[in-house]
Design a binder for this molecule. Sequence first.
Ligand code: ZN
Length: 95
Amino acid sequence: MSKQCDKCGKEMPDGSVAYEVRIQVYADFDGVLPQVETAEELEARLHELVAAMDRADPDELMRGVFHEERHLLCPGCRERYLANPLNLPLPDTHP
Ligand SMILES: [Zn+2]
């Protein structure tokens, strides 16, 4: 039995060091709701919302507020991941 790095595909024998990366992405709620002026507006908005939810796939709705994934990484890929978890553009070292 062995495990495999999800990023580079390297085979890692059982008992070797591997790292599990758990990525959990939650919708951030800042407490601000779009302004609704009147009761009619509120009702219209709720109707819209319910209609939209009716058409939507519940799994997809859930994905919009919460997403989780898990990956197994070898030590090298762990280093590379932690060096730039947001995959930001790297500064140009060769101007
Ligand atoms: Zn790897």
